[in-house]
Every structure is written in structure tokens, then in C-alpha cells.
Design a protein around this ligand. Structure first.
Ligand code: ASP
Length: 305
């Protein structure tokens, strides 16, 4: 089983992953956090673009399942010597891995990798393409907090243009019955957004009646062209940055990380009890354990049962 896009999964598949995640969350609260489910299996994490959360989460998830885990990282790999993605994957294939977790700056890289390996490929972020495991952990966090997903109202705010998280979250959230809207300046909305069939608002008033405000990082490292989509970060933060005072009492704030304190949200809001940012990281580990287990053994319930 590959996981390249959130659309590779049905709502029932997602619910199954969450049932498994519940078990792994419980295991994470024990003093010994390791289970033997993937003993003897090999997982290779290929991270050819910077990552803290996703890389560490996948590495720990594999280790807690007792798999042998290898990490290949961009600057220390032969990719920096000019090796092609195809040759990197073919080389790693010689180790007969069970799972290849891949992060790459180009859209479609994970799908391409499926051509050169018989391992299950998991997309851990491909350029501005998709980030399906982020969507799954976000959904799982919401389910833990609200006890349901159907009918929740979520606003995704900010740099939608360059956000793979926005893409995966929009499609995955809607699949689970969440009412999603996009909010941000028109210059940070992708061309063709009208075909996504999602309400788009260019005003923070659109946050008034939502349960959850999902903030995106301003991803300047992906900026293309000479004219920046916003005049300056300072200006962006003045108009679009959220502080504690702009978030209403019952509302929750999410962010995929890394956060830029003082840009999309104030430091106070990041540390506020309404922020689910670290809850998302905790959910991520349990969800990625469930994803790895399912990728190796689709009838995963048997393995944990
Ligand atoms: N960590 C997320 C990603 O890998 C979001 C971000 O970088 O802003 O896409």
C-alpha cells in the first residue's frame, strides 16, 4: 500500500487508522513504549528537504514498532553529489526495504519513487504537492479534542498558495465531513482556486463562527518570481497575524509547524491553552505508527491484536 495523496484513503480507511492510533497513543503513555509489531522489517526515511517534526516522528514511530530504521538526509546524502532520485531509490532498493518514507522538494517525487521500489512508499511532503500524513494527524488531533469530525467548522488561513498541508487538509477534512473555508489575501490563493469548490474569504471576519483556526506558515523558501505575494512579513503579520485577542474563547488554533512566532501568530497565542500545536505533534507519532504498520501489513489489526 502506498500513501501518496490523502485521496488514496477512504473515510473508512482513515477511521481504521485512527482505531490503531488509539492503541499506540495508549502505548506512548507507558514506561516501555516499544512493541514488536514490525520486528525484522526495514524502513528507510529519505528526507531530501529540511524537516524536524515529520522526520523525527517517522523515525521514532518506526523504532517504537521495532523495525530497523535508516535515515537518509539531504545534505549528507549522495544527492548532494548529483545522484538522481532514480539512482538513489534503486540503490536503497537493494536493501529490500518494506517501507520508504519520502520527503522531496519536487511535486510528484514520491509517486515517481513507486516506480523503482517494491516497498510501500509514504509521501512525507512533496514540494507544494501534498502532505497526507500531516492531514491524518490533524484529523486525529481534532477527533481526540472534539470526539467527532463531522460538522466541525475549520478555517485554513494564510499561505495556501505554497502549502502542501492546505491541499491535503482541505481534501481530507472534507472527506470526513468537516466544513472547510480558506482565508487569506488573494495573492496567497492558488490560481484556479475557484475550481476547488471551497469558500474563499479575504477577510479575518470569516473566522468569527469557526471552531478551529488552522494557521499556515508563510513559506518564503518556496517563493517563485520576483514580486513577493505580500509586501513584507511585517505587513503580513500586522494584517493577518493572529494574537490571543483575535481568537474567541471556545476556538482552537492549529498549525503544522514550524511556527514563525510574530508572523502568522503571536508568541502568546502559540503558548495559549487554545493552541493544539503540540497536541498535533503527539498525535503525529501515534498516527505514523498506525500508517507504518498498515503499510507493511494491511490487515494490521491482527498484528496489534
Ligand atoms: N511542516 C509542514 C510541511 O512540511 C508545514 C511547513 O513547512 O510550513 O509542509
Amino acid at each position: 500500500m502506498h500513501l501518496i495523496s490523502i485521496d488514496d484513503l477512504s473515510a473508512a480507511d482513515i477511521e481504521n487508522l485512527f482505531s490503531l492510533s488509539d492503541g499506540f497513543l495508549e502505548i506512548a503513555s507507558r514506561s516501555i513504549k516499544k512493541v514488536p509489531s514490525l520486528r525484522g522489517r526495514t524502513i528507510i526515511n529519505v528526507f531530501l528537504e529540511a524537516s524536524t517534526r515529520t522526520q523525527s516522528s517517522f523515525e521514532l514511530a518506526g523504532k517504537r514498532l521495532s523495525a530497523d530504521v535508516i535515515n537518509i538526509k539531504g545534505s549528507s546524502s549522495s544527492v548532494s553529489k548529483g545522484e538522481s532520485l532514480k539512482d538513489t531509490i534503486l540503490t536503497l532498493e537493494s536493501y529490500r526495504p518494506d517501507v520508504l518514507v519520502m520527503r522531496h522538494p519536487q511535486v510528484g517525487a514520491s509517486r515517481m519513487a513507486t516506480r523503482y521500489t517494491s516497498a510501500s512508499v509514504i509521501n512525507a511532503g512533496d514540494g507544494t504537492g501534498e502532505h497526507p500524513t500531516q492531514c491524518l494527524l490533524d484529523l486525529y488531533s481534532l477527533r481526540r479534542v472534539y470526539g467527532r469530525l463531522d460538522g466541525l467548522k475549520v478555517a485554513i488561513v494564510g499561505d495556501v498558495l505554497r502549502s502542501r498541508v492546505a491541499r491535503s487538509d482541505l481534501f481530507g477534512f472534507r472527506k470526513m465531513g468537516i466544513d472547510v473555508r480558506l482565508v487569506g489575501p488573494p495573492t496567497l490563493m492558488p490560481p484556479g482556486i475557484e475550481y476547488w469548490d471551497v469558500p474563499v474569504y479575504n477577510d479575518l471576519d470569516a473566522l468569527e463562527d469557526v471552531d478551529v483556526i488552522y494557521l499556515l506558515r508563510m513559506q518564503l523558501e518556496r517563493a517563485k518570481g520576483k514580486v513577493p505575494p505580500v509586501p513584507s512579513l511585517r505587513e503580513y503579520s500586522r494584517v493577518w497575524g493572529l494574537s490571543q485577542y483575535r481568537v474567541k474563547p471556545g476556538q482552537r488554533v492549529m498549525h503544522p509547524g514550524p511556527i514563525n512566532r510574530g508572523v502568522e501568530l503571536s508568541g502568546d497565542l502559540a503558548d495559549d491553552e487554545r493552541s493544539l500545536i503540540l497536541h498535533q505533534v503527539e498525535s503525529g507519532l501515534a498516527v505514523r505508527m498506525a500508517i507504518l504498520l498498515t503499510a507493511v501489513a494491511p490487515a494490521a489489526e491482527e498484528a496489534t491484536g
